[in-house]
Design a protein around this ligand. Structure first.
Ligand code: SF4
Length: 689
């Protein structure tokens, strides 16, 4: 028994399924995962975990794992050696660069992968290839939130920690479903609500779990959040409830901003949003009476044409009421992927080097040029959306993508497919032969988090280490090692022996990571950026001023943008979002039997009223059609949605159930995040039972 026990290994890891960033020990014997054990000293979650963190790991041993590089030969893929794959990539990318220049290539990074891996791919794109055409999936979700915060408070991250949210007198959740999208964070809100009298307002078009528990649930018409937020802000000012002292001391642009609110009267807001005047007054009164308000938001806000402006309106409301720079207050955009925060922090963005240093800032560029011994491109690159447009226009010829299921999660998937298919050269690096990989010329087998070392940044800006549990399966390799070897095949001389050396380099180049090191992050230790040289971190932002040179916040006037309308025949509004048991496109969770057993496929939620009108039941089969495509899906009848609202989780396994066969290419006007939530469809009933 002692010998058997000795073979059981316990390794610290960090969950890869959402931005909450739970950490735990994985118990393993050989390649078997025995259990997941959260620890009292797990900084975010203590002894909690959700179903995905607990049961979502078996995919690492899936027989479908890629274990060798693949090269396309006609319509087939054949296995190759790493050498052969690297040579082909070098020769193709060199040809394309010589013929069309470095900006004819694009790089899509992964928010599922580590900070170090994201740092290296942006270094590869910028220093080896010579382009800023690099982006990550925050473009699909949280870029508008970041942009809204950068406009107003100068730093694009959560204001404080999850523990700070627990201290708020009032939590307002707009367009987010934490009980499924961020489950352990949701348990913290439930606890504060139940045990400490925290008040909860939910603004949503769907009655999800926290909506049911809220003190006030408001149901604005889709895409009208900016209007009710602005009306509530105006009402607060009209009542004299704004924080005059805070505004005087810490905020610029107050009078100019207040003037722009004139039109947001209760009458106007009520007409446009469908909310009653009493509801609007109640929201304002609850904010006024609360000791600290936190506003949490996610894709229900950020996936619209006016998403950056709505995120800005949220931050404006927090500024007007003095709800920044103290515990239990502030802005909390909820990051979706485990490392979407880190992917941006470490520079896989077309306009920023790591640490949010603009590529156009000469001093910053010089610092990176000196460190890397190269001349770097100075113009901002293409984002994900512009890369696809670039393919269509013949400007972008090659794409290198890792850990991202673009052909499934980007909106208007039929358009995405046709653009990916027309690339001259396409490299996909992944753990599985993804749907995106079918368009590739070379597919490289990557190793998942349990097979490598690294760090992630969670939604609170908390940097945490994860440790290697298993050897990479077959000939797969950690992404950081692939990038190192690839760069060296291009003649670079990258000598990294371990991801810690990449972190050291990032720390030396970015003030926000100055005091970050693997030693300081040992085990369950963590650091929340910005981290000073001596290792002091910053759980609560803005105590020393806002992120602008004069230390003051800026009120930023915004205008409402009406949503995209598909036309009268598309008579139903289709909302989409997450599902507790699955993550994103489902490549990992649908290969974890515990989770698939629980939820084998998504369903379409239809309201009681619509079910009655169209004769639908649980299990009816319907076809949804938008101007962009069709899907077939089974229904479930529920009071979570009302009237002509439908809800289809984005997490599906089958292509013909994928919600992005229906979505359009419309996008946020500032950041190009797709307007996934502005979608109308028509429905055809195929089978009633
Ligand atoms: Fe993982 Fe998020 Fe669940 Fe925590 S809440 S276990 S980070 S999916």
């Amino acid at each position: 028994a002692a010998m058997r026990k000795a073979r059981v290994k316990r390794t610290k890891t960090v969950c890869t399924y959402c931005g909450v960033g739970c950490s735990f020990e994985v118990w393993t014997k050989d390649r078997h995962i025995l259990k997941i054990e959260p620890q009292e000293h797990s900084p975010v979650n203590g002894i909690s975990t959700c179903v995905k963190g607990k049961w979502g790991w078996d995919y690492v041993n899936s027989e479908e794992r890629l274990t060798k590089p693949l090269i396309r030969k006609g319509d087939e893929f054949v296995e190759s050696s790493w050498e052969e794959a690297f040579s082909l990539i070098v020769s193709k990318l060199t040809d394309i660069k010589e013929k069309y220049g470095p900006d004819s290539m694009g790089f899509i990074a992964s928010s599922k992968c580590s900070n170090e891996e994201n740092f290296l791919i942006q270094k590869f794109a910028r220093a080896v290839i010579g382009t800023n055409n690099i982006d990550n999936c925050s473009r699909y979700c949280q870029s508008p939130a970041t942009a809204g915060l950068l406009r107003t408070v100068g730093i694009g991250g959560d204001s404080g920690t999850i523990k700070d949210i627990e201290k708020a007198g009032l939590v307002i959740i707009v367009g987010a479903n934490p009980a499924e999208g961020h489950p352990v964070l949701a348990t913290r809100i439930k606890r504060a609500h139940k045990l400490h009298g925290q008040k909860l307002i939910v603004a949503d078009i769907r009655k999800h779990e926290l909506a049911e528990r809220s003190n006030l649930l408001i149901h604005p018409k889709p895409s009208t959040d900016l209007i009710w937020l602005s009306a509530v802000t105006k009402y607060i000012i009209d009542q004299g409830w704004h924080d005059k002292e805070f505004l005087k001391k810490h905020v610029n642009g107050v009078d100019e901003y207040i003037k722009t609110l004139d039109k947001y009267t209760l009458d106007y807001a009520s007409k446009m949003t469908g909310l009653t005047k009493d509801e609007l007054i109640e929201v304002a009164t609850m904010i006024h009476e609360s000791d600290g308000t936190c506003i949490l938001w996610a894709m229900g806000v950020t996936q619209h044409k006016g998403a950056t402006d709505t995120s800005t309106a949220i931050s404006n409301l927090l500024i007007i009421t003095g709800n920044y720079a103290r515990e239990g207050a502030g802005a909390y955009p909820l990051r979706g992927h485990n490392n979407v925060q880190g992917a941006c922090d470490f520079g896989t963005v077309p306009i920023w080097f790591p640490g949010y240093q603009p590529v156009q800032d000469e001093q910053a560029r010089k610092r990176f040029e000196k460190a890397w011994g190269v001349t770097l491109p100075k113009d901002p690159g293409y984002d994900n959306h512009q890369m696809l447009e670039g393919i269509k226009e013949g400007k972008l010829k090659a794409l290198y993508l890792f850990g991202e299921e673009m052909a499934f999660v980007d909106s208007n998937a039929n358009f995405v497919d046709s653009e990916l298919a027309s690339l001259d050269f396409f490299v996909v690096q992944d753990v599985f032969f993804s749907k995106t990989a079918q368009f590739a010329d070379v597919v490289l087998p990557a190793a998942p988090s349990l097979e490598k070392d690294g760090t992630f940044v969670n939604t609170e800006r908390r940097i945490q280490r994860f440790y290697q549990v298993f050897e990479p399966l077959g000939e797969s390799k950690p992404d950081w090692l692939i990038f190192k070897e690839l760069a060296n095949h291009f003649g670079a001389n990258w000598t990294y022996e371990h991801p810690s050396e990449v972190m050291d380099e990032a720390a030396s180049l970015c003030s926000i990571f100055a005091g970050v090191s693997y030693e300081r992050l040992e085990g369950f230790n963590s650091q929340i950026w910005p981290v000073a040289k001596d290792g002091t971190d910053t759980p609560l932002l803005f105590l020393d001023g806002f992120g602008f040179p004069d230390g003051k916040a800026r009120l930023f006037p915004v205008e409402w943008t009406p949503p995209f309308e598909a036309g009268k025949e598309y008579d139903l509004h289709l909302n989409n979002g997450r599902l507790l048991e699955h993550f994103h496109e489902g490549n990992m969770t649908y290969r974890s039997p515990g989770l698939t057993h629980k939820v084998p496929h998504p369903w379409l939620e239809v309201s009681l009223e619509l079910a009655k009108e169209r004769g639908l039941q649980d299990g009816s089969l319907v076809r949804l059609t938008s101007p962009y495509g069709q899907v077939k899906v089974r229904t479930i009848v529920t009071d979570r949605v009302k009237g002509k609202e439908l809800y289809l989780p984005m997490n599906s396994r089958e292509d013909d159930e994928a919600v992005n066969r229906l979505t359009s290419s419309y996008h946020d006007l500032v950041t190009h995040t797709p307007a996934y939530k502005e979608m109308s469809v028509k429905m055809e009933v195929l089978e009633k039972t």
